[in-house]
Write a protein that binds this ligand. Structure first.
Ligand code: HEM
Length: 151
């Protein structure tokens, strides 16, 4: 198994602690990505065309929340089936095509991972450990590899 039952339990239990404020945390890790790589915001059509401040943009929040939820769900899928399944409404091929066309690069995925882990550490400091970090990292890495393999 690519993810152990213990790793899945760590991801799910920390998600349960964060879920009430998950949209805020999700937005936070995207804003962190844009602090580190400001040009990453230009990849999003709805940010290029908008005069709203980044932290008030509902589409950005929705994308960020999608990444957070899909990373969490990947832990359970990986433990159950050894594979990532992105859900009924989309496919890995579609996500790969959207990200490829938008010019999303390896460095964006890498920095987003750093920002995600940093945000989780700040959100649940009392749960934070190397094991928790590894568990979220594994989920995220498998999800991103699945997308990048089709890009
Ligand atoms: C679009 C998921 C990482 C930029 C999307 C969509 C989903 C998604 C579900 C909507 C696809 C559709 O239109 O049907 C994910 C997941 C990620 C990830 C699961 C990582 C695990 C990133 C990163 C960037 C990014 C690192 C970097 C900037 C974009 C852009 C779009 C998009 C630009 C198209 C938005 C638009 O202009 O309409 N993503 N994403 N994504 N994503 Fe991501």
């Amino acid at each position: 198994m690519v993810i152990t039952a213990k790793q899945e339990a760590l991801v799910v239990s920390s998600w349960n602690e964060m879920k009430d404020d998950a949209p805020t945390f999700a937005l936070k890790f995207f804003l962190r990505l844009f602090e580190i790589i400001p040009s990453a915001a230009k990849r999003f059509s709805f940010l290029r065309d908008s005069s709203l401040p980044l932290d008030k943009n509902p589409k950005l929040k929705a994308h960020a929340m999608g990444v957070f939820v899909m990373t969490c769900e990947a832990a359970t899928q990986l433990r159950k089936t050894g594979r990532v399944n992105v859900g009924a409404n989309t496919s890995v091929q579609h996500l790969a095509s959207v990200h490829f066309k938008a010019g999303v690069a390896d460095v964006h995925f890498e920095v987003l991972k750093f920002a995600l882990l940093e945000t989780i550490k700040e959100a649940v400091p009392y749960m934070w450990s190397e094991e928790l970090k590894e568990a979220w990292s594994e989920s995220y890495d498998h999800l991103v590899v699945a997308i990048k393999n089709e890009m």
